[in-house]
Design a protein around this ligand. Structure first.
Ligand code: SAH
Ligand code: SF4
Ligand code: F3S
Length: 448
């Protein structure tokens, strides 16, 4: 049965880059089914929330959105229009049928490994008018069966190469929401990268919850590591830049460090979360490395690539964290020097080992520790950006900004604003940096 009017979908993405990638793939498969995109949920026949479960706030936001969507669905029904409300992503995987109990307006709950079934399940939900919950873990089916052609919205594209995590940090839901580690075969990633390059991609951002644990099937059925994968992708014509995230310190092997010295396309920037600078807390988090080992990895990276810039994630207020532990984290930050970072208050997540532990830190104390930590990180970021003042920095332009300037990224992932022609989007040009702040750089085009 065909609707008289064209079908439209509204898709909202929460959480990490892996969700952004999945949303892009879902959008492509919906386009193939004849759906057009809308940024107005009131106009959508299909609403998808691609959700994140990492911290309580992220998960709760979904339910407040769903409350509004329920009212909207009701209004549309009065106008004779049907709406299929879909919850995808990590809340879908973690909570499954609980979601439809808590918010019965939800028609479809679909976990991250089942997106290839999305069009089919939407159709089934419409015809049966029942709630559907699909949270199986069928391995790599998602990637092999999402066959719609890749489109690009920016010259910098995400490419998921690995999914899942076997590390089981005691605070984290990811091993439960994304399942165990799985790496896509090199040949499939290469084919997708070529398709993206043909569509105009200049930068590949290789994604995985544990991307440097990558061990996909390579040439001759042999297992290939991330360093080998990067070398294969770097040889694709048109690909000028490669990045990868997120890495774990335990998987930062010598070959990958050597790739930073040798592969010109690999950008001098690494996001390597450390979470804490206290060995006691690192052990309680099950991170399986010490603060000194982390600092040693950074030293080896800097030896291989002296201009490499670092970024990290930090958690403050993990159960049992003392003032002394918090000070040790600040000492580590001062010892390393980060170009940017993300820091969070510990959020107890249902089903994770740390959630039920003694020594939960009161919220106000977490807030104080976070402020102190962020003050140090902010001043490091400001100082890092200030080093670019007066330099001519190669910028890959990604888009036209709100006030008409062109916006791109430096090799060190700094956001750069410049005045220049819109046709520089998709190209790299040198920008003479004449202003810096914590949030980024700005300047004038020096040479294309
Ligand atoms: N795989 C990556 C990142 C996973 S989630 C890694 O190993 O580092 C992204 C970040 O969210 C984590 O690095 C961590 O800093 C933060 N995070 C994860 N669980 C959290 C929790 N329960 N409370 C607060 N922050 C959390
Ligand atoms: Fe979560 Fe730890 Fe796995 Fe990262 S390594 S996804 S923080 S369990
Ligand atoms: Fe969130 Fe899932 Fe990513 S919990 S951070 S969307 S892997």
């Amino acid at each position: 049965m065909k609707d008289a009017e064209p079908k439209r979908y509204f898709l909202k993405t929460f959480g990490c880059q892996m969700n952004v990638y999945d949303s892009e793939r879902m959008a492509e498969s919906l386009a193939r089914e004849g759906y057009g995109e809308t940024d107005n949920p009131e106009a959508a026949d299909l609403v998808i929330l691609n959700t994140c479960h990492i911290r309580e706030k992220a998960a709760e936001k979904v339910y407040s959105d769903l409350g509004r969507l329920r009212d909207m669905k009701e209004r549309r029904r009065k106008d004779g229009k049907e709406t299929v409300i879909t919850v995808a992503g990590c809340v879908a995987q973690a909570e499954g049928a609980e979601i439809t109990t808590r918010q019965p307006a939800v028609d479809l709950v679909i976990g991250p490994q089942s997106y290839h079934k999305l069009p089919e399940l939407v159709a089934r939900s419409k015809s049966t008018r029942t709630n559907i919950v699909e949270t199986e873990f069928p391995g790599d089916e998602k990637f092999t069966r999402m066959k719609a052609p890749r489109r690009i919205a920016s010259p910098s594209v995400f490419l998921t190469v690995q999914e899942g995590c076997d590390k089981f940090c005691t605070f984290c839901v990811v091993p439960y929401t994304r399942g165990s580690e799985f790496s896509r075969p090199v040949a499939r990633i290469e084919a997708e990268a070529r398709e993206l390059a043909d569509a105009g991609a200049k930068e590949l951002v290789l994604l995985g919850q544990n991307v440097n644990a990558y061990h996909g099937e390579g040439a001759g059925g042999r297992s290939a590591n991330l360093a080998e994968l990067i070398r294969v992708l770097a040889s694709i014509g048109g690909i000028e830049r490669i990045r990868y995230m997120t890495s774990h310190p335990r998987d930062m092997d010598n070959e990958l460090i050597a790739a930073h010295a040798e592969v010109r396309e690999l950008m001098p920037f690494l996001h390597l979360p450390v979470q804490s600078g206290s060995d006691r807390i690192l052990a309680a988090m099950n991170r399986k490395h010490s603060a000194a080992e982390y600092i040693d990895i950074i030293a080896r990276l800097r030896k291989a690539r002296p201009d490499i810039a670092l970024s990290s994630d930090f958690i403050v207020g993990f159960p049992g964290e003392t003032d002394q532990d918090a000070e040790e984290t600040i000492a580590l930050i001062k010892a390393v020097g980060f170009a940017q970072s993300f820091s969070f208050k510990y959020s107890a997540r249902p089903g994770t080992p740390a959630a039920g532990r003694d020594g939960q830190v009161p919220e106000p104390l977490k807030g104080e520790r976070l402020q102190r930590l962020q003050a140090v990180l902010d001043s490091q970021q400001t100082a890092f950006n200030a080093q670019s003042l007066g330099n001519a920095v190669p910028v890959l332009f990604e888009r036209i900004g709100k006030s008409g300037e062109i916006v791109g990224r430096s090799p060190h992932l700094q956001l750069v604003h410049a005045v220049g022609p819109g046709d520089l989007v998709g190209r790299t040009a040198r920008v003479a940096i004449d202003d810096t702040r914590r949030s980024g750089l700005s300047g004038v085009i020096a040479a294309a």
